[in-house]
Ligand binder design. Structure first.
Ligand SMILES: [Mn+2]
Length: 340
């Protein structure tokens, strides 16, 4: 009796298999609103991926926040940015240019495990290495700031002879040796300088927005000793963002590759409130976006990250919108590179 029942059930399954598939996507986040209009390309439609690696740029999530030392929640950032992307199209009104010919895709999230730091970092590194080897500039949404270490490590491995210039927005140096002996979101750049010093050197590195009353003399001295150029929040405000961009590009002159690393707390809380350590005197969030657009236009720019965006602390999705808009400006920079 039981046997006959099983046979019948298998038969039904076989029948279902041979039938037409229902109109569904693979499991995962599906942002299926705001498809737009035939005359425009909405970024969410633009970023739909067909599984091919024939790409000019990629969007990637690295949702690991197990190393955050204060308010966390940045593991939710990639999906929050995906929800914000449909607000934007691929057209620049300023330049009368549509970038929709650029082949860009949301390739999903790195497989991370919040309780397993080593595996998470290994997977992040393997993914950025894979992209770097294929010459695909990548915009990564973290994650806490610790993920910048495995992200850049993967790119270093992809280009083992390249010297890397870092353009780093942050309220903090993040040059701690450790947090009482442990890995944390406060150490990634020191780890790069010390473990990958043949490729990541202070003389090519600019830290922008390092904020008064958020740091200490020891780490500032370490930055100076490493030859890092530090533009404080006050200097960025008084001298203007074009000054900061000029300095960063000047420092990057001798390097083969440029990476833009943005801690959300480097941006002012008026534009990017959703972060672990909100900053009342950060760099204007629009200026951060403008810098990304300018630097991504340089053909040596191999990627960017936005870390420490924590959706649970966001206000009316403002930070998600800013992050999504900044990523669109990264892609626009890539699209505007002069063909050689
Ligand atoms: Mn940071």
């Amino acid at each position: 009796m039981a046997k006959a029942k099983t046979k019948k059930a298998n038969g039904a399954a076989a029948k279902a298999k041979s039938g037409a598939q229902p109109p569904i996507k693979k499991p995962g986040l599906v942002v299926n609103w705001l498809k737009g209009d035939p005359v425009e390309t909405r970024s969410n439609s633009w970023l739909e991926w067909d599984g091919s690696w024939n790409l000019d740029a990629a969007f990637l999530g690295a949702p690991f926040d197990g190393a955050g030392t204060v308010r966390s929640g940045s593991r939710h950032a990639p999906d929050a940015v995906r929800y914000a992307l449909p607000w934007y199209t691929t057209y620049s009104t300023t330049d009368r240019v549509d970038m929709n010919k650029l082949r860009v895709a949301d390739i999903g999230d790195v497989q991370t495990i919040v309780t397993d730091m080593d595996t998470s970092y290994r997977n992040i590194t393997a993914t950025t290495k894979f992209l770097g080897e294929r010459g695909i500039p990548v915009a990564v949404i973290g994650g806490d700031n610790s993920v910048s270490y495995p992200i850049v490590r993967g790119l270093c491995q992809a280009m083992p002879k390249a010297k890397f210039a870092l353009v780093h927005f942050d309220a903090h140096h993040d040059l701690r040796e450790s947090h009482y002996g442990a890995m944390s979101s406060g150490v990634p750049y020191r780890m790069l300088l010390e473990k990958h010093g043949d490729q990541v050197q202070g003389r090519y590195m600019t830290q922008i927005g390092i904020t008064d009353f958020c740091n200490n003399p020891t780490h500032h001295a370490y930055a100076r000793k490493q030859g890092i150029t530090v533009i404080s929040n006050i200097d960025a405000y008084r001298k203007g963002i074009d000054y900061a961009i000029d300095v960063a590009l000047d420092r990057a002159k001798g390097a083969d590759a440029i990476f833009i690393s943005i801690d959300t707390d480097g941006a002012d809380q008026s534009g990017a409130p959703g972060t672990a350590a909100p900053n009342p005197f950060g760099v204007d969030a629009r200026d951060v976006t403008w810098t990304v657009r300018q630097i991504a236009a340089n053909k040596r720019c191999v990627g960017m990250d936005i870390t420490e965006f924590s959706p649970p602390t966001d206000v009316a999705t403002m930070t998600a919108n800013w992050a999504a808009y900044t990523v669109m400006n990264f892609f626009y920079g890539v699209a505007s590179r002069k063909k050689k």
